[in-house]
Write a protein that binds this ligand. Structure first.
Ligand SMILES: C[S@@+](CC[C@H](N)C(=O)[O-])C[C@H]1O[C@@H](n2cnc3c(N)ncnc32)[C@H](O)[C@@H]1O
Length: 224
């Protein structure tokens, strides 16, 4: 998948205001749950990890992308390139923020939840994208450029999957290097998620990051 390529253009497309809405909502939920030790699965470039550390949580980040972990380490986030199934320590709570769960297909989702269930003692808090967000909002073309990079994202929703083709032209000396890859996000209904885990759904929090009247994401709180 193109998650490694996406890590090289993320800052060109990330809407920081929208991300802040989501991250601060997660912080509010974690404070309310009264947990301290957290594993942030898919910590990305470490922004949430640092926010949570500064709010008094003990956070460990993991991500599958080397480039994301490099950026997160530079910011001071304690993290490593690891799959949740390889983690030995236990945590009170796990988080998976901003699309992480939607990158998993139904089979991967079941294995992923099994590993999370072994590692957390209390809660798993994560977001999933709504059908509306994937079918109506995310489709189409986005372009962005800076001094050295020109990137295009083209997304189509079909058969309950959002496929995003990434094209990046990166300037090296006097020429541009073209890189292409794709990312698939799978739509999961609440029923599918609940069927994939033995944890109990405690709370559903609808959230809109881009001002839509309909929710774009659901934050789900599962309890062990
Ligand atoms: C859109 S980014 C979000 C990053 C961060 N959570 C945030 O809120 O900014 C999704 C991240 O999840 C990572 N990822 C995707 N699937 C993963 C998995 N199964 N385990 C760990 N990381 C994963 C990707 O490499 C990427 O860095």
């Amino acid at each position: 998948m193109g998650l490694e390529l996406y890590s090289h253009i993320e800052e060109m497309f990330l809407d920081k205001e929208a991300a802040d809405i989501l991250w601060f909502k997660f912080l509010e939920i974690l404070k309310h749950l009264n947990v301290k030790n957290i594993i942030d699965i898919g910590c990305g470039n470490g922004d949430f990890c640092i926010l949570a550390q500064n709010s008094g949580f003990n956070v460990k980040g993991i991500d599958l992308s080397k480039n994301q972990i490099k950026k997160a380490l530079e910011k001071g986030c304690e993290c490593e390139v690891k799959n949740i199934c390889e983690i030995e320590k236990n945590f009170e709570c796990a988080t998976a923020i901003f699309d992480v769960i939607n990158y998993l297909n139904e089979n991967e989702l079941k294995k992923f939840f099994k590993c999370v269930e072994k590692k957390v003692t209390k809660y798993f808090v994560f977001d999933i994208n709504t059908h509306y967000a994937m079918e109506d909002l995310a489709i189409g073309t986005l372009k962005a450029e800076n001094e050295n990079k020109f990137a295009v994202l083209y997304s189509e929703f079909d058969d309950e999957k959002l496929i995003t083709e990434i094209t990046l032209f990166e300037k090296k000396k006097n020429c541009y290097i073209k890189k292409q890859n794709s990312i698939i996000q799978y739509y999961h209904s609440l029923e599918t998620i609940e069927k994939s885990t033995s944890m109990k759904l405690k709370e559903i929090i609808p959230i809109s990051l881009y001002g839509s009247a309909d929710a774009e994401k659901l934050i789900l709180v599962f309890e062990k």
